[in-house]
Design a binder for this molecule. Sequence first.
Ligand code: ARG
Length: 397
Amino acid sequence: MRLWEKGISIDQKILAFTVGEDPRLDQALIVYDCRASKAHARMLGAAGILTGEEVDALCRVLEEIAALAREGRFSIDTVHEDVHTAIEHYLTQKLGDTGKKIHTARSRNDQVVTALRLFYRDRLWGVEKRMQGFLKGLAEFSQRYGETPLPGYSHTRKAMPTTIKVWVGAFQAALEDDLFLLQALQSLLDRCPAGTGAGYGVPLAVDREFLARELGFSRIQENPLHVQNSRGPLEGNLLHLLSNIQLTLNRLAGDLIFFTLPELGFFELPEALTTGSSIMPQKKNPDVLELIRGYAHRLLSLEMEVRTLSTNLISGYHRDLQLTKGPVLQAFPIVEQSLEVMAHLCQNLRVRPENCRRAMTPELYATEQVYRLVKQGIPFREAYRRIAQQFREEPET
Ligand code: ARG
């Protein structure tokens, strides 16, 4: 049965179309909806709308549902539309009228936003943990190999001398920037949307502070309409953060593919981390890095999909917003896995200091030579010209 069932039978084609991917995608939200529903039941109990026994019974069955979900045994059928209705249906089957009371003072629209926010909060915390772990690995790498010289490149041509410490430091700094964005997102997420109904409140006194406390939010998201309007933009910001992280990894992957090029050989990937070719027996390919690099494009397209979905909508809920769920659910595992795989790879990367040193050829020091002359009082442009002479191409004879 659907939540909005009013006795009129709905066209099955329309039902299947509107439900779309929700039964599959919503599997990830079951435990979060249970957590939010328990808080909601307790709030209704504290307000005297439910009795103590009713609250206990609802919480007991909600825990049962969460346990089933953890074992992958709670199914969401198309006929139930989504996780929210499936849970209410289960509660009603088990508890009769008590189950039918859980939807007092709420709407599916604030339910979905609340469950999603709890889910995002957990996953973002997981991303942060992986980033911290990776940063620790990079710091160790820098500690070990930092002093090794490395040619610095621009335009994929040798530019000036640098060190592994500076090169790794650039990625540590980029990840710190990403963490700064992540923490801003955590702060945006740390506002409880529950108790705002479909965007216009509910005609009952809802203790929103109670719900926020129960669900571990430090404050409430004040404006009820903004709760609905922020579905979409919030997901867009989340995906912006995730694509930024993947773009940091994209550049690192590019550098590693280049630096492990056998012709340069600054670094080497252990064979176990490379892949072979079906025809060329000598090949040790950096497929893993290529995929990390490639996934940045997918992340950007997911971000764009979500950003454009929430444009041109008037205030309030629209079913378009259901389509923002898939891209976010798709993006998290890509970024989580990429961070894990990249950290593993960097931990096993072999540095070849002798190849790095051999690559420190004279042209890298041209700018330094110019400045040696500048320090002797020669005007910069004159010094530049003099040194440039040394690097002039031999005229063809
Ligand atoms: N599954 C829906 C979504 O993700 C839940 C909200 C449906 N609400 C509605 N009024 N049709 O958006």
